[in-house]
Design a binder for this molecule. Structure first.
Ligand code: SF4
Length: 382
């Protein structure tokens, strides 16, 4: 097996990088803002407290680059929660195995109903989400259900437990286009503190997952850190940029996506260790756009309507809308209210059409799909 990001990660010193970020000056920020192509050192300057005084020029440049690369479009996707079973214990998540929740895994008929409800909402682009349960929601379940789901949508992403390279190869033949796998934090001691049981405790297995995806030829890989989990969100996000740069260089045929989840309340959840305010999140999103102009930047319904309407036109090119974070949430009319089955409570509860309208009023065109199969992707027909 060839190397993976772990080797690179071992060369990065968390404390040293934190000091470097905090020592950046206005001159460093100005240099980064005038660079044609940003280095990781430039990204670090834009992430630093010194860059907060430069939000306006950062936002202007981010918007210009976003329009140049993606036109006036925003891609819409919806999460489809297939199960809330999980064999892990993460301190920040409602699906943790030690939480006494009603557990549910959708069967064929229930999946069909969810798909129909999502199609009615206009979606062509979906993200399948499960807890991480290798035996009950593992490869057999995916083999059984993915092909039928895929035939109904033009693109299909997954956010499930990290799998082996061979398993990703097989899922590709079942129509899988993209996988989101968030490291949560790149700070190993914090990671250990928040992952108490199950396979997710293996920091390095997770850290090498995007490598396995790249080797398996998955078309798009989504990475991210759970902002607020570690004490220094800036350092975590710097590691995220290192990870992105490594992946882009190593698996250059693959597309990448970055998400910016901030910790949200959930059943039995924890308080964030570091708080990131709205201005800092804008700073982070703009810094990523300047550093990686071609990469998809995604913002979920964890954020408020006001924040999303203000920030999406600046630098975001992928959003979810009308999301239900519990299995069966779309077809089940009683699921409008928050339920104990939810992974987290969404903050933007508007319908997809309301979100689309707000973005249209800002001059953006909603796009309900990520990819068309006739553009060259083979689709498995069951
Ligand atoms: S974050 Fe993922 S792995 Fe952890 S408890 Fe929640 S669903 Fe399970």
């Amino acid at each position: 097996m060839s190397g993976d990001f772990s080797q690179h990660w071992r060369q990065l010193d968390w404390d040293h990088l934190t000091l470097s970020i905090y020592s950046k000056t206005a001159a460093d920020v100005e240099r980064a803002l005038s660079a044609k192509k940003l280095s990781l050192n430039d990204f670090m300057a834009l992430l630093s407290p010194a860059a907060l005084d430069y939000l306006e020029p950062m936002a202007q440049r981010a918007q210009q680059l976003t329009r140049q690369r993606f036109g006036n479009t925003v891609s819409f996707y919806a999460p489809l929660y297939l199960s809330n079973l999980c064999a892990n214990d993460c301190t920040y998540c409602g699906f943790s195995m030690s939480n006494h929740l009603k557990r549910k895994t959708l069967d064929q008929e229930e999946i069909k109903q969810e798909c129909q409800a999502l199609k009615k909402m206009g979606y062509e682009h979906i993200l399948l989400v499960t807890g991480e349960h290798q035996t009950k929601v593992g490869m057999d379940y995916f083999r059984q259900h993915l092909p039928a789901i895929r035939t109904q949508f033009s693109s299909m992403m997954m956010e499930v437990q990290p799998l082996a390279e061979e398993e990703y190869r097989e899922l590709r033949t079942l129509g899988l286009d993209a996988v989101m796998v968030y490291q949560e934090t790149y700070h190993a001691p914090t990671y250990e503190r928040h992952h108490l049981k199950g396979k997710k405790q293996d920091f390095f297995w997770r850290l090498a997952t995007p490598d396995r995806l790249g080797r398996a030829g998955i078309d798009k890989i989504g990475i991210g850190a759970l902002i607020g989990l570690s004490r220094e969100w800036r350092t975590d996000c710097y590691f995220l940029a290192e990870h992105l740069a490594y992946l882009q260089q190593t698996y250059w045929q693959t597309r990448y996506s970055i998400s910016f989840p901030r910790l949200r309340p959930c059943a039995g959840g924890i308080e964030p260790e570091s708080l990131m305010d709205d201005a800092q999140l804008v700073q982070l999103i703009c810094a990523f756009r300047l550093f990686a102009p071609d990469v998809e930047l995604s913002l979920s319904t964890r954020e408020s309507p006001f924040f999303r309407d203000s920030v999406v036109p600046l630098a975001i090119n992928s959003v979810s809308a009308g999301s239900k974070t519990q299995p069966g949430g779309y077809a089940n009319s009683h699921a409008d209210k928050p339920t104990e089955l939810e992974q987290f409570a969404p903050h933007d509860n508007r319908s997809p059409q309301q979100v689309a309208l707000a973005l249209e009023q800002a001059g953006l065109q909603p796009v309900w799909k990520d990819w068309d199969s006739h553009l060259g992707r083979s689709v498995h027909r069951p």
